[in-house]
Design a protein around this ligand. Structure first.
Ligand code: NAD
Length: 257
């Protein structure tokens, strides 16, 4: 089949599940936001930060070893997210959701808020939110139930700290070795098991358990569509591989429906 035949066949599969609540499960990764100017995980490790191992930038151990370096890396990424805008791919998904309420369940590995700013409500976020802050451990004040013990009121610094006990503030993202938010993961696994079509956009399929959702969907007889300009580790799950970018492929795939 030619790439155009694949696009038409994938569109027909999505059209066929439009009448069914939860018929379409969409899983997005960093490539979804690449055309908004937010680097993918691999790109983010090039340039200034190329000399660091991801484990140093995205793990509790790395943060404890050098909190200032990790905090500044996230501060830079947070500024990038704040100044980015949703791209045509985010907009195509949100517009499809408005035309077919209840059909699409959107699961993202992204820690940016571009799906939400494109108008998508109820996104299942597997890896947290870079714009949020959390305590690294438990503060003395938090343990005695002090409502003022809030990471957004911490003493400013790189990173901010609890004025009372020195506990550090960390970014509100899931790091390597940490559990995913249980509710979001349960609902994502349920959506993968229930859908008729899973559309995977812009993920390398290298980060688990998110990468396992495509296999889970296929085992439950869903048709898997992958949108990615390059190959990924989960290409063998795909019925249709649409080789192109999110902002190119998603409008042509979804806008006619
Ligand atoms: P990844 O960096 O491992 O893989 C990105 C994938 O996107 C690659 O397969 C690449 O070929 C593809 N890609 C690149 N440009 C694309 C485009 N324009 N359209 C479609 N696909 C494109 O990212 P991942 O698989 O999401 O896993 C890394 C983890 O890093 C994620 O879990 C996520 O939490 C985190 N992360 C998030 C963001 C964000 O929130 N925007 C950015 C970087 C990393």
């Amino acid at each position: 089949m030619s790439p155009l035949d694949d696009l038409s066949a994938a569109r027909a599969a999505i059209a066929a599940c439009c009448a069914r609540a939860g018929g379409l499960c969409v899983l997005t990764g960093a490539g979804m936001s690449a055309e908004s100017g937010i680097p993918t995980f691999r790109d983010a490790l090039t340039g200034l930060w190329a000399r660091f191992d991801p484990m140093e930038l995205a793990s509790v151990e790395g943060f404890r070893a050098d909190p200032a370096r990790v905090w500044r890396w996230y501060a830079e990424r947070r500024e990038g997210v704040r100044s980015a805008q949703p791209n045509a791919g985010h907009r195509a998904l949100a517009a499809f959701d408005r035309r077919h309420p209840g059909v699409l369940v959107l699961v993202t590995q992204n820690v940016d808020d571009l799906h939400q700013r494109a108008g998508h409500a109820g996104v299942l976020r597997l890896h947290g939110d870079i714009l949020q802050q959390a305590w690294l451990g438990r503060c003395v004040a938090w343990q005695r139930g002090d409502p003022e013990c809030d990471p957004t009121r911490a003493e400013p610094g790189d990173p901010p700290r609890c004025a009372e006990c020195g506990n550090l503030v960390r970014p509100g993202v899931v790091w390597f070795g940490e559990s995913l938010p249980a509710d979001a993961l349960d609902r994502a696994e349920q959506a993968a098991a229930d859908c008729a079509v899973m559309l995977v956009v812009g993920t390398s399929g290298a980060v688990w358990p998110a990468a396992g959702l495509a296999e889970q969907a296929r085992r439950h007889a869903a048709k898997v569509i992958i949108v990615n300009p390059a190959s990924s580790e989960i290409d063998d799950q795909a019925r249709w591989l649409l080789r192109g970018t999110a902002a190119e492929v998603l409008p042509s795939l979804l806008d006619p429906l």
